[in-house]
Design a protein around this ligand. Structure first.
Ligand SMILES: [Zn+2]
Length: 306
């Protein structure tokens, strides 16, 4: 485990060239502010708030990772988790809640907070323990002297919630941006490009100094503006490639689906080179995910115009 309270740059195992086995084992703990701690377990991140009596954990992750988080919270901070907050309904970020309740001294009294849309999603998709405290959009609550505000920004899933700790100037919003690396395949199955861009706008407009983004490095406001700039460029370059592809291809293939396939390949070929030239150094790994980004932007342009 890496314990680092000196605000040094920590490079995760992926960028250190670690093997998958090394990456699964990697644990990083960093203090982000007086009361808020960043914890990364095998590529997944959660946020811990240190209270006077107990700890609040945003995103318990899956069962195996939850067990490792509980151990860190006990051994490093001497606290038990009394309160959970969910960022969104996805199983891989919240299913460990049951294990937290089984292990914590607070047992079934562990409170689980979530935005209303998240609570409804968890209940209908059965991805974790159903939240016990449901919040209206934008609502705040107090955890042992620290304010916690939940605002639904969507983008990744309809219920994706920006969780802010205003006094600490810390934000938790996962699966939107991936600081220090290219955005994920297909933008992490974002709802659509428009929703994704609106979520980034909301994240950029909020007041925070440092971000737990779920994956990648610790996030700073410049990571959000960089993602916004990339999307603007992706939109412009893909739009030009769409115009070119439609003109060149015409109705030449023998079935509608083969024509669509030719069109999609043509758009990728038209957009790829310029985007890689501008962004591959700033966004490591872009060569693997760029085609999926172009496809999603092409969908946005073809179905919604602009
Ligand atoms: Zn997710």
């Amino acid at each position: 485990m890496t314990l680092d309270f000196d605000n040094q740059v920590v490079v995760d195992a992926y960028r250190l060239g670690g093997t998958p086995a090394v990456r699964r084992e990697l644990e990083i703990v960093r203090r982000l502010s007086a009361r808020v701690v960043f914890i990364e377990i095998g590529g997944y991140q959660c946020t811990l708030v240190l209270g006077r009596e107990s700890a609040l954990l945003v995103d318990p992750l899956d069962t195996g990772r939850a067990a490792r988080v509980i151990k860190i919270v006990r051994e490093t901070f001497g606290l038990e988790i009394s309160t959970l907050v969910y960022s969104h309904m996805h199983w891989d970020h919240i299913s460990g809640a049951a294990h937290v309740m089984a292990e914590s001294r607070y047992g079934v009294d562990v409170a689980i907070h979530a935005a209303l849309s998240c609570a409804e999603g968890v209940a209908s998709r059965q991805t974790g323990v159903v939240p016990s405290v449901v919040h209206a959009d934008g609502e705040s609550f107090d955890f042992e002297g620290t304010t916690v505000t939940l605002s639904v920004v969507g983008g990744h899933t309809p219920d994706l919630t920006l969780i802010l700790f205003p006094e600490e100037q810390v934000a938790h919003a996962v699966d939107l941006i991936h600081p220090g690396q290219a955005e994920f395949f297909d933008f992490g199955r974002a709802i659509d490009i428009w929703s994704f861009e609106r979520a980034l706008d909301a994240l950029a407009a909020a007041s925070w100094r440092v971000l737990c983004a779920g994956h990648g490095d610790i996030g700073w406001p410049t990571d959000v503006t960089r993602a916004q700039s990339y999307l603007r460029d992706l939109r412009a370059v893909t739009a030009a490639a769409v115009d070119e592809a439609v003109v060149v291809q015409g109705v030449s293939a023998d079935t509608p689906n083969s024509r669509a396939d030719i069109l999609r390949r043509s758009i990728r070929d038209g957009a790829r080179t310029a985007l890689l030239a501008r962004w591959s150094v700033l966004l490591p790994g872009l060569e693997y995910t760029l085609d999926s980004h172009i496809d999603r932007m092409a969908d946005e342009l073809l179905y919604f115009g602009g």
